[in-house]
Design a binder for this molecule. Sequence first.
Ligand SMILES: [Zn+2]
Length: 295
Amino acid sequence: MSNEITVSESKAGFLSPVVSVKDALMAYQAKKDLIDGIMHKDVDYGVIPGTNKPTLLKAGAEKATSFFGLSTRFEDAGIVEDWTGEAHGGEPFFYYRRTCSLFRGDLFIASADGSCNSWEKKYRYRSSSRTCPTCGKETIIKGKAEYGGGWLCFSKKGGCGAKFDEDDTSITGQPTGSVKNEDIADIVNTILKMADKRALVAATLIATGMSEYFTQDMEDYVTGEVVTVHAEKVAMTYLQAIEFKSPKGLRFGDMDRVKLQYVIDHGSSDQVEAAKIVMEQDYNVEIVEESAPQS
Ligand SMILES: [Zn+2]
């Protein structure tokens, strides 16, 4: 790209700086002022337990772009919209990959991709609690043994107070835990917005050099430049990947993270590929290629 800063190599092993030390220190101080003075924890950035770097959130990225005088431009970089699921085993599938480019005036500064798809765990499934057959609310709890056991529609959670026997199939017959989200079409716009958000955060980190302070949003792991999986590839191969089997006959789709990691470390190239896809899709684990930019 023509507007990118170019560096020249004067001698092998020595890269000339393009800015003076003074300018670099001023830029460093500006970033520090921005972060210390304007950014607020839990609004502009968050700290996820177990991580050592805070993650930059959308509000923080917007503050940073405005602080540095950057304007944003979003473009489609890949779309899969399968409303009926005809190409995805009957299950609707939506995938958006977006490019966020940052400009100062007409000068291109940086760009990055972000993607999101409806098979990410948090969109594909919803957690289901037992529903009260009387009032229809998800307020059923296990009754305490000292109060007679059974099931109770808990009034403190907004329920009606109805009681049910221990073995009442109208309660015990209900699916609980993770169930498929049947209303995926309702959140298509959310998925698109999430792709934009990931692209914006990634581009902002690149443009401002703030990746030494912040990382990407860990929960909303960014595909973008760092992840190998291509739009159509996600769509085509997830279903195949989960049907791979170990020598003992265990489906990849039924494996836990430890087993998948074992396959990634020891499997044949096909198995590794499949295990990575299952790992990424089912466990939101980002598989970074060796060519990924280091931050
Ligand atoms: Zn009730």
